[in-house]
Design a protein around this ligand. Structure first.
Ligand SMILES: Cc1cc2nc3c(=O)[nH]c(=O)nc-3n(C[C@H](O)[C@H](O)[C@H](O)COP(=O)(O)OP(=O)(O)OC[C@H]3O[C@@H](n4cnc5c(N)ncnc54)[C@H](O)[C@@H]3O)c2cc1C
Length: 384
């Protein structure tokens, strides 16, 4: 189905598709093994060489300055094999644009290196009291002259164990700030937490009297002020579309593999695709995938036209990610016992899909935000 991609978007999509099929597919299981970090960094370098990290970067800073749809299309292609690589692109293509908003020394030291795939970034914003539970958060920072001193911890940091630069988000006097920390910064400890899917471990950060210059820190009062979410703001809901397009790609990837499998798998001498129950299953999955695709690219188009629909974006994330879980679960079952075996590489889709329902705020948190945007009584924003 055509989604009115430009010629440039079609050609970038084709590059991403070839890369995914030729480079990622044959080796993707390495991601889930003990050398997952090495694999993701090696693939990250290749993505950088293909120019993927520069897609969202403004032209004035040496990037492509492409519309959001271009990036979503690339996430979608990568996620057919590995949403973890799409997350890596998000962290090393989108997150570096924060360095353009301030953080001059970090920009000087890391910006080009990250875009060239020579160094990697991560973002750490989840307080142990709950990612969006700002009313219960303590201040992470206190001020000491021209420095902030950070004390606290952050959980579930994707890419944290192998990052060179981590942007830590935390409160100072109840308002959000972003603090760029080199991993060697005294007082910063990053340990690994194993996770269910998406390969590699989370980083769990502990900060004890970590000093960061005020001039390097970025106030983000449009996000949280007085320990309250200011609004379902534009900046963060953009990431919601990113995760949604990863879920779309994941669902398409496992669907395609399962369709091929069902075509050649026989029962009573015929393909199992001749069984009515299985035909309906595939038809429904196809419809679920197309519904999510329509919502995602429609939301992206509205965003690009300056008509951002925040409620739609908060609906897209739970719809697309839960759709991917449904599709991955059905596809695993359609493979029979083989689908449950790790080495066939099918069950990993379900484990990966589950993670996407939680990262960038859970489905329920987004539904709370939708309820708030619908002006229901006694609601509160659950996500951003
Ligand atoms: C794969 C993955 C990658 C991640 N990557 C990162 C990362 O790179 N950096 C980072 O900082 N974090 C990351 N996270 C953390 C993630 O963003 C949070 O785990 C998630 O947003 C939920 O926050 P929480 O764990 O604090 O849940 P809690 O706030 O503890 O929520 C507990 C339960 O309460 C529900 N709940 C809470 N508030 C509401 C509400 N208002 N309305 C309805 N239900 C609510 C939640 O849905 C959940 O079921 C990642 C998580 C995953 C799974």
């Amino acid at each position: 189905m055509s989604y009115f991609l430009t010629e440039e978007q079609v050609s970038i999509r084709d590059v991403a598709r070839r890369f995914t099929q030729r480079e990622v597919r044959p080796r993707v299981m390495e991601l889930y093994g003990p050398k997952g970090h090495t694999f993701i960094k090696e693939m990250g370098k290749k993505m950088a060489d293909l120019g993927f990290f520069r897609i969202p970067v403004p032209e004035s800073a040496g990037g492509l300055g492409a519309p959001r749809t271009t990036l979503l299309v690339v996430y979608e292609e990568l996620s057919k094999e590995s949403p973890a690589l799409a997350l890596h692109l998000m962290l090393n293509g989108v997150l570096p644009t924060m360095l353009l908003m301030g953080m001059p020394a970090a920009r000087e030291k890391w910006f080009e290196k990250v875009l060239d795939g020579e160094a990697t970034m991560a973002g750490a914003g989840t307080d142990p009291r709950g990612l969006a539970n700002f009313s219960e958060w303590s201040d992470l920072a206190v001020r000491d002259g021209d420095h902030f001193i950070l004390n606290g911890s952050r959980s579930y940091c994707t890419g944290g164990p192998y990052a060179d630069l981590v942007i830590v988000f935390g409160l100072y006097k109840g308002t959000t700030w972003a603090f760029p920390l080199d991993v060697g910064t005294p007082g910063l400890i990053i340990r690994e937490d194993e996770k269910m899917g998406l390969g590699t471990s989370f980083g769990a950060l502990t900060m004890s009297d970590v000093r960061v210059p005020v001039a390097e820190s970025l106030e983000m009062s449009a996000w949280v002020k007085d320990r309250k979410l200011v609004q379902a703001n534009g900046h963060s809901t953009i990431n919601v579309l990113d995760i949604s397009s990863m879920s779309l790609g994941l669902a398409e990837g496992v669907f395609e593999k399962t369709f091929e499998y069902a075509l050649q798998r026989t029962n009573a001498g015929k393909s199992i695709l001749t069984l009515g129950a299985i035909q309906v299953k595939f038809a429904k999955m196809k419809a679920q995938i197309e519904c999510a695709r329509n919502m995602i690219y429609n939301a992206a188009r509205l965003l690009e036209e300056g008509r951002q629909d925040k409620m739609l974006e908060h609906m897209v994330k739970p719809i697309a990610t839960e759709m991917a879980v449904d599709v991955a679960r059905s596809c695993m079952q359609l493979h029979g016992g083989m689908g449950y075996c790790v080495e066939t590489g099918i069950e990993r889709y379900l484990r990966d899909a589950m993670g996407l329902t939680i990262g960038e705020c859970t489905s329920d948190m987004h539904w709370s935000t939708v309820a708030t945007l619908m002006d229901m009584p006694e609601t509160r924003l659950g996500s951003f």
